[in-house]
Write a new protein. Structure first.
Length: 156
């Protein structure tokens, strides 16, 4: 809905400017108005972290509503030391009141409103995590995820 509204506003601005394009300086104005606004490509649904690892579920907002659920919702792990982003392969979930559980091919995540534990399947590493409010996703992490989305979109 927001993307449709943004597109409509941009289309109207462009039409208005194109009508005035014969005036001096109009080309510069066209470029300024037709630039894509810096729209966020995702929203954070769950965010957990410790000193070494971040685990986050995102909902892609740059895809249309008809996109596959597996394309729109992603669980990612971020190694804080290397800034490496890896996508987890979601298998199943369970929710029982206060406790949330997520099962991935790469491991298992269990969390509540304050803490969580991620257990890696292949090396049995266990990570104790703190759950953060979704609004507290650091800007550096947002930028890293945006870059990951851009690179994974180009690779597809």
């Amino acid at each position: 809905m927001v993307a449709k509204m943004t597109y409509e506003v941009q289309r109207r601005q462009k039409q208005s400017v194109e009508k005035q394009s014969t005036k001096p300086g109009a080309q510069k104005l066209i470029l300024q108005l037709t630039k894509q606004p810096n729209m966020q490509k995702f929203t954070c649904l769950f965010f957990l972290e410790n000193d070494e690892l971040q685990v986050i579920e995102i909902k892609r907002t740059d895809l249309n509503e008809n996109a596959e659920i597996s394309d729109r919702y992603k669980w990612l792990t971020i190694d804080k030391r290397t800034a490496e982003v890896d996508q987890l392969t979601f298998s199943a979930s369970d929710s029982s009141g206060e406790i949330e559980e997520r099962y991935f091919e790469e491991g298992y995540l269990k969390f509540n409103s304050e803490t969580g534990t991620f257990i890696e399947k292949f090396n049995s590493a266990q990570h104790s995590l703190l759950r953060k409010p979704n609004a507290q996703v650091p800007e550096q992490l947002r930028d890293l995820i945006e870059t990951y989305i851009d690179s994974s979109t180009k690779a597809s």
